[in-house]
Design a protein around this ligand. Structure first.
Ligand SMILES: NC(=O)c1ccc[n+]([C@@H]2O[C@H](COP(=O)([O-])OP(=O)(O)OC[C@H]3O[C@@H](n4cnc5c(N)ncnc54)[C@H](OP(=O)(O)O)[C@@H]3O)[C@@H](O)[C@H]2O)c1
Length: 251
């Protein structure tokens, strides 16, 4: 795809991978809009990059999603790229029953339902636009699930399946569907889980990861991995099972 001259909406663009995508698309001369739930974090991003456009939006809320669609139509009718990046991650222990699952944020609504519905909402206005694309940010854990994050892993496996199916459905529409599959990246995702594990770092900054993603987008690589997740994309079922055992030996 052409990585300049687009109008790009990035959900969850105030920090982490979404913010690195926003910075990089701005540097590549695109109009960039970011959304997120916390206005303060959006404003902090805009202070660093005054060209960024911001919109408070909880992608899990139907009213916020339809308001976002209307606001984009009124203010950025040239929008040709939707990046479904917003996501949350939780450790959930099902040996205790359902209580932990019910007590926290709804990963299914945020990570899976929201990208599906936003894609559906935006497809009519993306159709016919030059260089139109939907870019879904899934995870290596959609290919090799983490036992301590069972629902998160399931949402990302679902987003992978949805991205494949949508890519096929939209072949003739001119809308390209990409899936970005990050490995572990040092961000603020799952702060409680990270704290439990001593806030370890994997030494991969969002910007470094995104620079590699941009090269693959430019080359129309539709499933984009990096490091370990790139390995998962090419692995056999036996390799994936081996990685699962290694990753989950001490869950
Ligand atoms: N970091 C990793 O190791 C890693 C690995 C694989 C995949 N990923 C995926 O990469 C994506 C970005 O994650 P990240 O690591 O950059 O996380 P992050 O640093 O926690 O950033 C998440 C972003 O999403 C926004 N967000 C969360 N829930 C939202 C909602 N309901 N509505 C709108 N915005 C929402 C957050 O802003 P607010 O909280 O203010 O809404 C924030 O801007 C996620 O889909 C994640 O699953 C990350």
């Amino acid at each position: 795809m052409e990585i300049s001259g687009n109008t790009v909406l990035i959900t969850g663009g105030s920090m982490g991978i979404g913010y690195a995508l926003a910075e990089t698309f701005l540097e590549a001369k695109n109009e960039v809009i970011i959304c997120g739930r916390r206005e303060k974090r959006l404003r902090e991003a805009q202070e660093k990059h005054p060209d960024l456009h911001i919109k408070v939006c909880d992608v899990a809320e139907e009213t916020d999603r339809t308001e976002l669609l209307k606001w984009i139509a009124a203010n950025f009718s040239a929008l040709n790229i939707l990046i479904n990046n917003a996501g949350v991650q939780r450790d959930i222990d099902f040996t205790k029953g359902i209580a932990e699952y019910l007590a926290g944020e709804n990963e299914i609504k945020i990570n899976l339902e929201a990208p599906i519905i936003l894609s559906g909402l935006f497809i009519p206005s993306l159709t016919g636009k030059k260089e139109a694309a939907i870019i879904n940010v899934s995870s290596g854990l959609g290919f090799v699930p983490a036992a301590r994050m069972p629902v998160y892993s399931a949402t990302k496996a679902g987003l992978h399946a949805f991205s494949m199916a949508l890519r096929h459905q939209l072949l003739k529409s001119g809308i390209k569907v990409f899936e970005v599959v990050p490995p572990a990246v040092d961000t603020e995702l799952n702060p409680e889980g990270r704290a439990k594990r001593g806030n370890f770092k994997v030494d991969l900054k969002p910007k470094e990861f995104v620079e590699s993603v941009m090269k693959d987008l430019k080359n129309d690589i539709f499933e984009i991995g990096y490091g370990m997740s790139e390995g998962f994309l090419k692995a056999s079922r036996a390799d994936l099972d081996k990685s699962f055992q290694q990753m989950n030996s001490r869950w």
